[in-house]
Design a protein. Structure first.
Length: 279
């Protein structure tokens, strides 16, 4: 198998389209770099470069290796920093639905400081990102994790309501039909499809349209109750009430930065509304 250092040098040559730029970027002498690339081709049994006056161009096999090796860039950088003793903040990727991600981003300054050894990175997505493949480190989900390798902790019970600029507003604002992927959007289209008067491409735009009086909107109560210009116009929707779960990989939760991020997110999700708003 090629060594990680060989792959690092290969990516540098691919990025620079030649040995000279890669030698400057990596601090590797030209003869050494040439010998390493020749050795890599012998080791893999593939022709990786087209060599000519224009430099080193990747062959189809070379492009294939570059695509496979792309994920190793970050790993190589982390290993190099660890080896040389450099310490950098770990970016902890936190994925949640758009309303929850917005809530966490607004309050993160109350549970995180620049002195912490981790940096929050929010991925607002209603799709379930693959924590096993490290698409995210921490997830906020609407159900208990079923995978044996996933750790989960219940945070709170979420309720949803109908909000509008006033009780006199009729009709609903929804996301586009192909974008109705959340339980609340599916419920709206199942129960009030004939009352949808207009659509929006994002939830935030839908909120602005509801605030302008174009229609009603279905939102989680923790977000809707604090949204200026909107009023809840009915009781919570029982069919949409569910528990919320904070999840991560079993192994990752023992890493100090991940553990600190889990506790910070848990505090924000379970704080009373007044505390969550900084009052």
């Amino acid at each position: 198998m090629p060594s990680l250092d060989d792959i690092r040098l290969f990516l540098a040559v691919a990025d620079c389209d030649g040995l000279s730029g890669a030698a400057r970027a990596t601090g590797t002498p030209l003869p050494t770099l040439s010998r390493r690339m020749n050795g890599l081709e012998r080791l893999t049994g593939r022709r990786l470069f087209l060599r000519g006056p224009q430099g080193y161009r990747l062959t189809a096999e070379g492009r294939g290796l570059a695509e496979e090796a792309e994920a190793l860039r970050a790993a190589a950088g982390r290993i190099e920093r660890w080896q040389t003793g450099a310490r950098a903040k770990l970016r902890v990727r936190i994925t949640a639905g758009s309303w929850t991600a917005r809530h966490l981003a607004r309050g993160i300054g109350r549970v995180w400081s620049p002195e912490d050894d981790w940096m929050p990175e929010f991925l607002a997505s209603n799709a379930v990102l693959d924590i096993a493949r490290r698409e995210a480190d921490i997830g906020v989900r609407n159900r208990r994790p079923e995978q044996a390798w996933m750790a989960g902790r219940r945070t709170r019970n979420l309720t949803y309501g109908i909000y509008a600029a006033g009780p006199e507003v009729a009709g609903y604002v929804s996301l586009g039909e192909g974008m109705a992927t959340t339980p609340s959007e599916r419920w709206l289209r199942a129960q009030h499809a004939d009352e949808i008067v207009t659509t929006a491409s994002t939830g935030l735009i839908a909120v602005d349209m509801a605030r302008a009086g174009l229609g009603r909107i279905v939102m989680p109560c923790f977000a809707g109750d604090r949204e200026p210009g909107l009023t809840r116009v009915g009781p919570p929707i029982a069919a949409l009430t569910h528990d919320e779960w904070l999840v991560c990989h079993h192994d990752a939760r023992h890493d100090p930065p991940i553990r600190a991020a889990l506790e910070a997110v848990r505090r924000l999700l379970t704080a009373p509304q007044s505390e969550a708003e900084g009052r």
